[in-house]
Design a protein around this ligand. Structure first.
Ligand code: C5P
Length: 207
């Protein structure tokens, strides 16, 4: 069984994906971590995020150990850096086999990202597009950053989210969009438990 979940930053898709994986006994891959890790490799090598040759080398050389430091990969600026490298078709192509192999390995998996239902796993058994109002997503992310001891303003977080949404939606290859056959799950007015229950209901109806 393969469950594909797409949506913008802080929509709740990651938490829903993790809970679905536990519920159905599937493996889970947060595919955003792949692009974050490519960006982190470039930064560690002192290369520019805008250097196509360095980007490709960082993507092709990506190893599991590059995904280990979750706190660093989720740190300040990394979402933005990931979205810059993720707009490069060559970087995306280099990530495809890994994601597809992960999805197909028994007993199956929940993958979450931006292009899972549209590009990576178009034949997934169930597809969800998880979204929420930008202000709601910014409020969630702002609370998380403050709780972790970070120092930002709500306005800054909202601006970051809007910029990333715009780049991810406008790019030429594998833009963020709802697959025609994906269920829409708007979490604006849902807490995580309610969002998870809604996801299970939608998946139950499609498998
Ligand atoms: O989901 P997360 O915030 O970790 O993703 C970071 C960035 O990686 C996104 O803004 C997007 O540009 C990129 N991404 C992508 N395709 C995916 C997952 C993430 O382009 N499947």
């Amino acid at each position: 069984m393969i469950i594909a979940i797409d949506g913008p930053a802080a929509s709740g898709k990651g938490t829903i994906a993790r809970k679905l994986a536990a519920h159905y006994g599937l493996r889970h891959l947060d595919t955003g971590m792949l692009y974050r890790a490519v960006a982190a490799r470039l930064i560690a090598a002192g290369a520019s995020l805008d250097d196509p040759a360095a980007r490709l080398e960082a993507a092709r050389g990506l190893a599991m150990e590059n995904l280990a430091d979750e706190a660093q990969l989720r740190g300040p600026g990394m979402g933005e850096a990931a979205s810059i490298v993720a707009a490069d078709p060559a970087v995306r192509a280099a990530m495809l086999d890994f994601q597809r192999n992960f999805a197909r390995t028994p007993p199956g998996a929940v993958l979450d990202g931006r292009d899972i239902a549209t590009v990576v796993c178009p034949d997934a058994d169930a597809k969800l597009f998880v979204t929420a109002a930008a202000e709601t997503r910014a409020r969630r992310r702002f609370k998380e950053i403050i709780a972790a001891g970070g120092d930002v303003s709500y306005e800054q977080v909202l601006a970051d989210i809007r910029r990333r949404d715009a780049r991810d939606t406008a790019r030429a290859v594998a833009p963020l969009r709802k697959a025609d056959d994906a269920h829409l799950l708007d979490t604006t007015d849902l807490d995580i438990e309610a969002a998870f229950r809604a996801a299970v209901d939608l998946i139950g109806g499609s498998t």
